[in-house]
Design a protein around this ligand. Structure first.
Ligand SMILES: Cc1cc2nc3c(=O)[nH]c(=O)nc-3n(C[C@H](O)[C@H](O)[C@H](O)COP(=O)(O)OP(=O)(O)OC[C@H]3O[C@@H](n4cnc5c(N)ncnc54)[C@H](O)[C@@H]3O)c2cc1C
Length: 311
């Protein structure tokens, strides 16, 4: 397709053939056919409304849950930036632009005496957090979600309720080409100093147990059982993906520049110069070996998107 010819005019920035590798935590990925950074929600809605329906669209946040394949992404990738970063506390509610980082939202909420501390150590932005029903320490976006503003592929806009979202473990029912622009969360009231101290403790615990300084996309595979509608049960059961990977002797396993972290076996890392194919192939190898060893089929938690490389 002649994408350049088919792209409607915008107020924000449209970049053809934009490499994705510096926009993902794993630092891999070929180019998006076009990257769109809208000026505001009106710009986004007008662009999507005018864009030929055959051109695929996908949003990305900060790429902390993604392997973008080496052949890049077909169509338009929407990445929200300035204009979608606002964070405001109103009583026990917090309104956040979809590009606001989870950590910033947690900190601003705590300063206002609102407990969204579970977001502090999740490295994504709010759009990705809501789509993925991100969570840790037994709390999930689904527990605090009030509403979200969305722009659909045809340019129409809507306010989404919890019922619209269909949250499940690391999942929502949002159409894949729908872009969230703003979200409202509500947390319990808390003492700002206590909330700040709790977040400091969470950071120390993460640094002690996970390869937080390496290039990863968080947990590679879901813990294999115990999903509930909000995901709560998943933290409660004993069958952990890291344990299955360790038992199969794959902690520290390498393939090209990819490695299963020697610090936490369920973290797939770019140990230097990895291609997306190295990471995905190592992940598939681990799935096969774990199945051979334990009879349990691991399910990817990292999303893999885009085209295989033609090289
Ligand atoms: C070190 C590390 C630790 C992690 N720990 C946790 C954890 O404890 N708990 C947890 O849940 N996750 C964790 N993750 C995974 C990841 O941070 C979360 O899934 C996060 O919510 C993804 O947000 P993102 O902005 O990076 O989204 P991306 O990875 O860019 O995208 C993820 C998905 O969200 C969609 N998306 C992004 N923005 C929008 C938008 N504006 N509108 C609609 N859809 C959108 C994308 O299309 C894609 O489907 C961790 C990752 C790392 C690297």
């Amino acid at each position: 397709m002649d994408l350049k010819r088919d792209l409607p005019p915008v107020r924000g920035t449209l970049t053809p053939d934009r490499t994705m590798s510096d926009l993902t935590w794993l630092r891999v990925g070929g180019p998006a056919d076009a990257l769109f950074q809208p000026a505001d929600a009106e710009d986004l809605a007008a662009f999507l409304g005018a864009l030929a329906p055959r051109i695929p669209v996908m949003a990305v946040g900060v790429g902390s849950n993604l392997i973008v394949r080496d052949g890049g992404i077909e169509g338009v990738v929407v990445r929200l930036g300035r204009g979608f970063n606002r964070i405001a506390a109103e009583g026990t509610r917090v309104v956040a632009g979809a590009a606001a980082l989870d950590a910033h939202v947690a900190r601003r909420a705590a300063e206002a005496g609102v407990d969204l501390t579970f977001l502090r150590t999740i490295p994504g932005a709010m759009g990705g957090a809501v789509r993925m029903n991100a969570g840790c320490y037994g709390r999930y976006v689904a527990d605090v979600f009030v509403s979200a503003e969305a722009v659909f592929r045809d340019g129409s806009r809507a306010s989404l309720t919890p019922e619209d979202m269909g949250f499940a473990y690391r999942h929502s029912d949002l159409p894949p080409d729908c872009v969230l622009t703003e979200v409202v969360l509500e947390g319990p009231a808390g003492d700002p100093a206590e909330l700040a101290a709790r977040m400091d403790g969470q950071i120390s615990r993460r640094d002690a147990t996970q390869p937080t300084r390496d290039r990863s996309a968080g947990s590679t595979f879901r813990n294999p059982a115990g999903f509930s509608s909000t995901g709560r049960a998943d933290d409660a059961h004993d069958l952990k993906a890291w344990k299955l990977i360790e038992d199969a002797g794959l902690k520290g396993a390498t393939h090209g520049g990819a490695q299963m972290s020697p610090k936490h076996a369920n973290f797939l890392i770019n140990a230097g110069g990895a291609k997306a194919a190295d990471l995905e192939e190592l992940g598939e190898f681990v799935r096969k070996k774990v199945f051979d060893f334990s009879g349990i089929e691991l399910e990817w938690e990292i999303m893999r998107v885009g085209r295989e490389s033609s090289l």
